[in-house]
Design a protein around this ligand. Sequence first.
Ligand code: SAM
Length: 323
Amino acid sequence: MTGLPAWISAALASKLENVSRGELRERARAISDAYRAGDSSDLIRSDMEALAYAVVRMPATFAAVRAALGYAIEIVPEFAPKSILDVGAGPGTASWAGIDAWPSVQRTTLIDSNPRLLALAGQFHNAMQRDIAADIVAGDLRQALGKAPAADVVTASYALTELTPASLNHVLDELWRRTERLLVIVEPGTVVGFNRILACRDILLANGAQIVAPCSHEGRCPLADNARWCHFAARLARSRDHLIVKDAHVPFEDEKFSYLVAGKGFAGIARGRRVLATPKVSKAGVGLTLCAPDHVEERDVPRRDKDAYKAAKRLDWGDIAKP
Ligand SMILES: C[S@@+](CC[C@H](N)C(=O)[O-])C[C@H]1O[C@@H](n2cnc3c(N)ncnc32)[C@H](O)[C@@H]1O
């Protein structure tokens, strides 16, 4: 179960003092409805709306990015980045997840066109107890990227979804040009989100990228023409305010997300086979659905095969199994 880092929760709590939960709930509902209808973050136009985003969406997008980074770190554990470039940064979610994942990070650049969300990002940065430089750049990423510095890790979290399909190629080329080692893209875990990830994968492979996660290979995606789509789930704890504002009672939620981590300079990495669904445990053994080159492998690990069974029982959706 993931939660926002304590310093973000504390900063949020202090911003929520004296804020009407009724008004916050109304704003949060409007934002959720608009996102569900496929609208963009343009509808966040006031500090209250930015705060509503931070209460109801940021914990989920943070959990998704943090999970994606965790999966990447399993593949490239030695990698210790110093810099992040976070586009469509909003309140800085992916930057804070990157800083949480890698203690080596020293600076981040955040680009976003929404002044309210960027103001919140600045306030979170001020609340951070670590000495990390943050350059906060207001502007449309399609132009601002031209002047942005390269970084060890470039992130686009729930941001490409807000671009027109026509600008995807150009933006990805620019993001890749600025990527020193890893480009991390996180999208909603829907068919549409997955298809965007697939389009990004094709463009990045054509640019010579190595796929660090979730794919087990650089070949054709076995889910490209499949009834399934490649997505994962991150469980996050709901804070008291999150529950109040969402009118919810269950103290957690599962955020479904699709992601891609593309790398430079990681040739020869061992990636195993990604578990694509919750393993099926029965009396006979464990059934695993795995990403393999050009096909989805359905592997049955029988109970009598003691060591393999023990290892398979420990696996969860999103983990890596041996090839
Ligand atoms: C759904 S929010 C995600 C924010 C944050 N990355 C997260 O994961 O919580 C999408 C963000 O992309 C930004 N965005 C969308 N199109 C943009 C553009 N053309 N230029 C800059 N920012 C953009 C929005 O302002 C918004 O902050």
